[in-house]
Design a protein around this ligand. Structure first.
Ligand code: KG4
Ligand code: ZN
Length: 338
């Protein structure tokens, strides 16, 4: 049983092959064109997907030593994401499924981030993932959600951001520091040698389990304006401390709500997923909090944190087992709900 999966929701063109529940290949082409614009330009993303998709799919099949004719199903990201970008992956998947006369499977990108925890691969052939139910903090460039996961395909959002996503807060803060896009990984890197308590930024606390990250961006903007007024080299002189302080603030905002979600639900198993789950400050702080609280903590492998088709294949595999297929009339959903 071989599933080919395609991911094209944002700025990564990716294809993966899964055989009998195990990932055999996961090819990712990252679009570097956006760096010069300081963010993802949707039209350019769509064009770059068109340029890369045939090669990426061929490489994924070759790496898995699978011929197209051996495929049992094609899975693709239906949403959420950029419409023009999603259209490329969806059209490719539909054409391939039609040509090979095999089932087509739609996948929700955010569900797939959560299901990345169940990926088994050559390195980890018996990976099991968390038991159910568990709470997943899903943190990416477009989303920040607390999800209660009752079964692989039964997820409920119990809290979410009311404005920016935490990945956006990382990227926008990095931009204010003059760092290139995407700045999240760079803040992470500079933070490693900085003092997380060097600077304090005011934060907005939302009621319940919701988040707000737009205020912190403004707070950092004013902070930098004040500090650089009389000291133009402030950022260069204090980059590590500023990055460590920003990262610490964002991580604490996430963990405060996560802790509340765990208390309210009484669930003891917790996971993180999405691009920001690659952040070392978040990974370390969660590990520590988990030990203090007696939680079982699940942290994904780095290659399955940011966008990849292996997670789409995993989600597709769960749906394949349930016979959950879609017809050729399916179209992308930029704002697809969990
Ligand atoms: O899940 P993802 O690859 O794409 C979306 O679905 O959005 O997440 C991308 C986001 C970006 O905002 C990027 O800056 C952030 O994840 N990110 C990080 C790190 N690695 C990726 N943020 C902080 N620290 C990192 N190490
Ligand atoms: Zn993503």
């Amino acid at each position: 049983m071989n599933v080919l999966a395609i991911e094209s929701s944002c700025d990564e063109t990716s294809a993966a092959v899964l055989t009998d529940g195990q990932i055999r290949s996961n090819i990712i082409a990252t679009q570097l064109i956006h760096e010069q614009y300081g963010g993802v330009v949707p039209e350019l993303a769509s064009r770059a997907h068109q340029q890369h998709i045939v090669r990426v799919v061929d490489q994924a099949l070759a790496a898995a030593k699978i011929a197209k004719t051996d495929l049992s199903a094609v899975a693709f990201t239906r949403g959420p994401g950029l419409l023009g970008a999603l259209l490329v992956g969806a059209s490719f998947a539909k054409a391939l499924a039609l040509g090979l006369n095999i089932p087509l499977i739609e996948v929700n990108h955010m569900q797939a981030h959560v299901l990345a925890h169940f990926i088994a691969d050559a390195e980890n052939p018996n990976a099991k993932g968390p038991g159910f139910p568990f709470i997943c903090l899903t943190v990416s460039g477009g989303h920040t959600q607390l999800v209660r996961v009752d079964a692989p395909l039964a997820m409920h959002v119990i809290g979410q951001t009311q404005d920016d996503a935490v990945g956006e807060a990382f990227d926008k803060s990095a931009k204010l520091l003059g760092l290139p896009y995407p700045g999240g990984p760079l803040i992470d890197r500079y933070a490693k040698t900085g003092n997380p308590l060097a600077f304090k930024f005011p934060t907005t606390e939302m009621p319940g389990l919701d988040f707000s990250f737009s205020g912190i961006k403004t707070a950092i903007m004013y902070f930098l304006r004040d500090r650089t007024k009389h000291n133009p080299t402030f950022v260069a002189d204090n980059l590590a401390d500023v990055c460590a302080s920003i990262q610490h603030t964002l991580v604490q905002m996430l963990l405060t709500k996560l802790k509340r979600a765990m208390q309210e639900t009484g669930i003891k198993q917790v996971a993180i997923a999405g691009g920001v789950s690659a952040n070392s400050g978040l990974r370390n702080a969660l590990d520590q909090l988990g030990q203090e609280q007696g939680w079982d903590v699940f942290i994904p492998k780095f290659e399955y944190c940011t966008d990849n088709a292996a997670m789409i294949a995993m989600a597709g595999y769960f749906k394949y087992q349930q016979g959950d297929f879609v017809g050729q009339d399916v179209s992308p959903l930029p704002r697809m709900a969990m």
